[in-house]
Design a protein around this ligand. Structure first.
Ligand SMILES: O=C[C@H](O)COP(=O)(O)O
Length: 238
């Protein structure tokens, strides 16, 4: 497993969700830190077929950290099988939707199915307490992130207060989890969210043509996001 690359500065990493190997190449060439396999036509956490994820890993896995979403299983018992299928692709990280009502045993089984490379995704509109963070850590998850479920134009910051996001990231740090923030983010969101010091910021729609996550990735937008993050790193280093 390749760890999330450590930049020379403390800036958050840029995660770009891609739907196929060609988009993965584009994201990689544009400088994405993490290339995330996802089907944007199938909801917030739509899983791609495992063969499509294997093709993405084969194309870019040697040069960039990869992740893939395993979906939003309906039941706790479905977590581990979904995760195992995606882990078999050789991706560096698997992401799966988790809920606070999932039993600890099911969370631990899912983490084991990913061989220590599972990231739990929480949705901003759901009610969850911060105690989910130590529970995920204890279950063997590698990270936790917040995303938005309804891709209806509302951004992460429309659903959660800055203090809530800061507390989530701090809890992840305190419990040794990689942290991520996502949810219809735009390049303009980067400075405020980066101030919380998450491990990465995740994008799809904001980096696609016309800001529509079902459209193709726009390399100029990927570059703009990366430049915004690098500028923060330069400012911190100054
Ligand atoms: O993991 C990040 C997501 O792909 C974010 O998608 P979105 O920017 O369209 O909400």
């Amino acid at each position: 497993m390749r760890p999330v690359p450590k930049p020379s500065t403390s800036r958050p990493q840029l995660l770009v969700s891609v739907r196929d190997a060609d988009e993965a190449s584009l994201a990689c060439a544009a400088g994405a830190d993490l290339v995330d396999a996802k089907d944007p036509a199938n909801g917030a956490l739509g899983a791609l077929p495992v063969d499509a994820v294997r093709a993405i890993v084969a194309r870019v896995g040697a040069s960039v950290t990869t992740s893939a979403v395993a979906g939003e299983p309906d039941t706790a018992s479905a977590l581990a099988p979904c995760v195992a299928a995606m882990a078999s692709t050789g991706v560096d990280y698997v992401k799966v939707a988790v809920r606070s009502e999932h039993p600890d045993a099911a969370l631990a089984e899912a983490a084991e199915a990913a061989g220590g490379r599972l990231i739990g995704v929480l949705f901003a509109g759901d009610v969850f307490g911060l105690n989910i963070v130590p529970r995920l850590a204890a279950a063997g998850f590698r990270g936790a992130m917040i995303d938005t479920r309804s891709k209806d134009g509302r951004r992460l910051g429309d659903l959660l207060l800055p203090d809530d996001l800061a507390a989530f990231v701090a809890a992840c740090h305190a419990h040794g989890l990689l942290s991520g923030l996502a949810g219809s983010l735009d390049v303009d969101d980067i400075p405020a969210l980066a101030a919380h010091a998450p491990g990465y910021l995740g994008f799809r729609g904001g980096l696609c043509r016309n800001g529509d996550r079902r459209n193709a990735l726009d390399p100029l937008r990927v570059n703009a996001a990366l430049e915004a993050l690098r500028a923060l790193g330069r400012r911190d280093a100054a």
